[in-house]
Design a protein around this ligand. Sequence first.
Ligand code: GLU
Length: 285
Amino acid sequence: MSQKLAKPVLRFAPSPNGRLHLGHAYSALYTWNAASLLGGTALLRIEDIDAERSKPEFVAAIFDDLHWLGLDWPEPVMAQSERMDIYADAGNQLRDQGLLYPCFCSRADLAAHAIGLDPEGAPLYAGTCRHMDRGEQIERLERGDAVQFRIDVSGAMARIGMLTFSVVGPSISDRPQIRHARPERWGDVVLQRKGMPTSYHLSVVVDDAAQGVSHVTRGRDMEAGTDMHVLLQMLLGLPSPIYNFHKLILDDNGKKLAKSRHSESLGDLRAKGWTPEDVRRAVGL
Ligand code: GLU
């Protein structure tokens, strides 16, 4: 009996905290091209867990800019802000495994005790609260102290041993290669905090699985972060997609385009008379 192979599913998952720029346009066009090369589907997902920075007008602009680029996706579009209960459940699974612990360190504590830098150059958490005794944890939680919940990465890795994942590239249709994941280089990252049952790492992993994403295409700037995703997939019993890391679009100073650096948005370019073809040409797709 012949087995029916599932169709590849890819996704573009922007955060609506500003207008899209040429870097996003490249990533979106790249993802739709990859989906078509694989004979699969590209989904749009709105990563709006940050309630302060996410704005409905940016969600509307994402839809509008992507349609303008000629891209289409199945409806309904998943929005992470509507899935907090599901992320809370995933956090509880890790808590039940004894792998999520409360941390009461302030920003100053973190900097003072850092044991190096993570792959993004941020202070690497020393694991100070990892061994706090249960009584003190309960007392401080009951007192309402500011708290974040961190994953015990070394504890998790001690149980797992070796962690690997599949990477393809440069082309999405290349043969997958096995790569070792080293989530330890991120230290015990924060997965939940008071009033916020998730973080980028946790929701991305839960949602890629929920949407049946088979191939994750993302910029090289997110290559190292993938190690943490692979660890969470393993712990939550979720399938691990195949990963493909694409180039970044740089500005004239060789820096990655970013909303925080006020890179020109697609809206600005459209107002200047750019066409979708101009965008494709500018990013080389
Ligand atoms: N939401 C993330 C961003 O806008 C990307 C999601 C991912 O590829 O994991 O940077």
